[in-house]
Design a binder for this molecule. Structure first.
Ligand code: GMT
Length: 381
């Protein structure tokens, strides 16, 4: 099949997921055309069957505001026509689903394609609920040929917020468990771990919903019992406040900010516990990637997290903001080597058995095939 993949390239899990999906579809022989405003973060090597089309937004003195939504529609139209796309698969509804719908309408007679929209989280739970956007999102979901959500939680939330008659398929996020696997890297270990400190880790884009400050409070609490270090991977709006809080709590010597990094499996392999104290999380892809590297997760009982992290088995789940309890769970694991080892094994097993890329990507292939598009339609043109 010829698939157009539309996503946010640089920021967050929806772009990561779209890129990994596109790469796996390309390995399976499909042609995948990424259509977005910058090179997707994890699309950093040449791969057969992968193409990238950059969306450029024209500027003109009259156009005070960026017209990305329209520029994207125009680009989708162009790629659909010249690359004869069978499917355009958009990730994160706003504004991608609207742009793709507009392109689909214009292309309806000359080069029809199917539109698949995958919902990731705040496109439904936060931004999509804005009164200005809500009717647009609802309309674009109704007009998509298929809508998927990355968890059962998000599936339910979407039906509650946008209509119980909407047909939505829950297809969980996935991880390449052959890439995300625990490895030993002694020099990295030496650089990241100081002495006998346990390592807590958090990976995110530091948006307020991630509550990175809670990670620091958890560290401070754990340190009253055990030597521990917190390693942050990623960057974003709350980083400065996080740095300030480390100083306020007197733990600045025990917190490392690595910033944005691409060698995630190696870095995750150094962690003893992954922290995800989020306020909103439709799935928690970063937790899954950690679990795949045999790292147990301590997280909040929020959104789709319990679908990923099994309480008292692959990690622990606590109420939002309950820093004391999350710290207690960390200590409980760290002082009990047998339990920590068992949780590590369970975490890895859960990732492999339930969320491996080889199990989930065929679900998308089946979905595309069910839309009656593909080579059999294009041969008559
Ligand atoms: O919805 C967002 O806030 C953005 C989105 C993203 O692109 O980072 O994150 C969501 O999608 C991820 C991939 O499906 C999920 O793992 C995250 O849980 C989800 N984030 C939220 O729901 C806050």
């Amino acid at each position: 099949m010829r698939i157009g993949m539309v996503c946010y390239p640089t920021y967050g899990g929806s772009g990561v997921l779209a890129t990994e999906l596109g790469q796996e579809l390309a390995r399976r022989g499909h042609s995948v055309h990424f259509i977005t405003y910058a090179q997707p973060m994890r699309l950093d090597r040449f791969q057969e069957n992968i193409y990238y089309h950059e969306v450029e937004t024209p500027s003109y003195p009259l156009l005070e505001f960026n017209l990305y939504t329209l520029a994207l529609a125009g680009k989708i139209l162009d790629v659909a026509k010249y690359e004869q796309l069978d499917v355009v698969h958009v990730h994160y509804a706003i504004p991608h689903a609207i742009s793709a719908h507009l392109a689909k309408e214009i292309a309806a007679q000359s080069h029809p394609f199917a539109l698949v929209t995958t919902l990731h989280g705040t496109d439904i739970t936060l931004v999509g609920m804005e009164p200005t956007f809500h009717p647009l999102v609802k309309y674009s979901l109704e007009k998509s040929d298929a809508v998927t959500a990355v968890s059962r939680y998000l599936h339910e939330k979407t039906r509650q917020g946008f209509g119980s008659d909407l047909e939505i398929q829950a297809i969980p996020n996935f991880v390449d468990t052959s890439l995300y696997v625990r490895s030993t890297n002694e020099s990295l270990e030496r650089r990241l771990r100081c002495g006998d400190e346990w390592i807590l880790m958090h990976v995110s884009n530091f948006r307020p919903v991630k509550r990175v400050q809670d990670c620091i409070r958890i560290l401070a609490e754990v340190r009253t019992k055990l030597p521990a270090r917190l390693i942050f991977v990623g960057d974003g709006p709350d980083r400065s406040e996080a740095e300030r809080l480390t100083r306020e709590l007197g733990v600045e010597e025990h917190v490392t900010f690595l910033g944005k990094q691409s060698a995630l499996p190696e870095i995750l392999s150094v962690a003893d516990i992954f922290l995800l104290p989020s306020q909103q999380e439709s799935f928690g892809l970063s937790a899954l990637e950690a679990m795949s590297c045999s790292v147990p997760v301590v997280a909040t009982n929020i959104g789709g997290i319990p679908e990923v992290v099994k309480h008292d088995e692959t990690g622990f789940i606590a109420e939002l903001g309950d820093v004391q309890r999350m710290a207690k769970y960390c200590v409980e694991l760290l002082i009990n080597p047998k339990k920590l080892a068992a949780f590590r094994t369970n975490a890895r097993r859960r990732a492999v058995e339930n969320f491996d890329i080889a199990m989930i990507v065929p679900m998308y292939e089946q979905l595309y095939a069910s839309l009656n598009v593909g080579p059999q339609l294009t041969t008559n043109e």
